[in-house]
Design a protein around this ligand. Structure first.
Ligand code: NDP
Length: 316
């Protein structure tokens, strides 16, 4: 590892740039905390991979995910956030100032750190899925379900998320096909019963997705293989992946407590982690809600917590 010997000390370092990170930046900058943000591998976060966002308050006609993130970025810049390209490759939170290494070469010394690195939806990894991403393939029913009103769709997965997405879509779409690779659902009993009671959800147990079918206008079917070798094609226009998320917490795990999946644990009602001065917000600490607006709200909380920490430590 080649490290640039130049070190820089900042009051609040924000790592990650989705709605949580940008909102934290807006609040920290307005509080004169001179925040520095590193945007990470996907500037703007997961929203930049969706199409229209219809459920973010303040946009009665909807807004594209990319435009929404551009707007909040500009808002954070307007108040003086120093937004930079770069990815945290290593951290040392054993003492303050915390040490964060960017792109394996630059060292940032931070009096406080806000982790807003988000989560990454898992995908099946088949070529056709990649081809139709954003053209019928989505990993968020709450975000995109509305575009498939009165249409037939498929949800892939058998956990609580898949059931929740299927139930949400059942209120919008004509038929929801739930594609489950095992003989049973992994979801909680309550959720399973709710799904079983819902007439327009059809469960296909022991089916594995082979291919997503479509043309230039988007998805028009899904090809499934049953465990006995039978192949079926379901005519659907939307396919929702619900096979889990990976929280982007790997680099912090040796210092920050996480749950068994890797979501960073925060003290309920706050953004505080087990390390005083290290805060987490957005999807990296939220296995349940995962919405742009909840991420933004938690980013605000993180900035206020960090600002209070800096003031209490006499570092303002
Ligand atoms: P889970 O890991 O619980 O479930 C993932 C599901 O996707 C499993 O059914 C799994 O199948 C399936 N799967 C994984 N990979 C593939 C693949 N390649 N092809 C096909 N199917 C695949 O993830 P969830 O996101 O559902 O839930 C995460 C956590 O969040 C859980 O603890 C859950 O309880 C919680 N949660 C709670 C909610 C609530 O209480 N309202 C709502 C949403 C989530 P298999 O079973 O065969 O491994």
């Amino acid at each position: 590892m080649v490290l640039n010997s130049e070190k820089e000390t900042v009051k609040i370092l924000i790592i990650g740039s989705g709605p949580a990170g940008y909102t934290a930046a807006i609040y920290a900058a307005r509080a004169n905390m001179d925040p520095v943000m590193y945007e990470g591998l996907q500037p703007g976060g997961q929203l930049t991979t969706t199409t229209d966002v219809d459920n973010f308050p303040g946009y009665p006609d909807g807004i594209s995910g990319t435009k929404l993130m551009e707007d909040v970025k500009n808002q954070a810049t307007r108040f003086g956030t120093d937004i930079r390209s770069g990815f945290a490759t290593k951290v040392d939170f054993s003492s303050r100032p915390f040490k964060v290494i960017i792109d394996e070469e630059k060292i940032i010394l931070a009096q406080s750190v806000i982790i807003a690195t988000g989560a990454t939806a898992k995908y099946l990894g088949i070529e056709s899925e990649e081809r139709f991403r954003g053209m019928g393939v989505s990993a968020c029913a709450t975000c995109d379900g509305f575009f498939y009103r009165k249409q037939d769709v498929a949800v892939i997965g058998g956990g609580d998320t898949a059931c929740e997405e299927a139930l949400y879509l059942s209120g919008i779409c004509k038929t929801v096909h739930l594609i489950v690779r095992k003989k049973e659902l992994r979801a909680s009993k309550v959720m399973q019963e709710h799904v079983a009671r819902t007439e327009n959800i059809v469960i296909h147990f022991e089916h594995v997705t082979q291919e997503i079918l479509g043309d230039d206008s988007g998805v028009n079917g899904i090809k499934l293989a049953k465990s006995n070798g039978n192949i079926i094609v379901l005519p659907v226009t939307g396919i929702f992946l619900a096979i889990g998320h990976n929280p982007n917490s790997e680099v912090f795990k040796s210092f920050v407590d996480t749950d068994e999946v890797g979501y960073i644990k925060t003290i309920p009602g706050t953004s505080k982690t087990n390390i005083p001065g290290v805060f987490a917000c957005g999807d990296v600490q939220d296995p349940n809600y995962r919405q742009a607006i909840t991420a933004a709200g938690s980013g605000c909380i993180a900035a206020l917590d960090a600002e209070r920490f800096i003031c209490e430590m006499g570092l303002a």
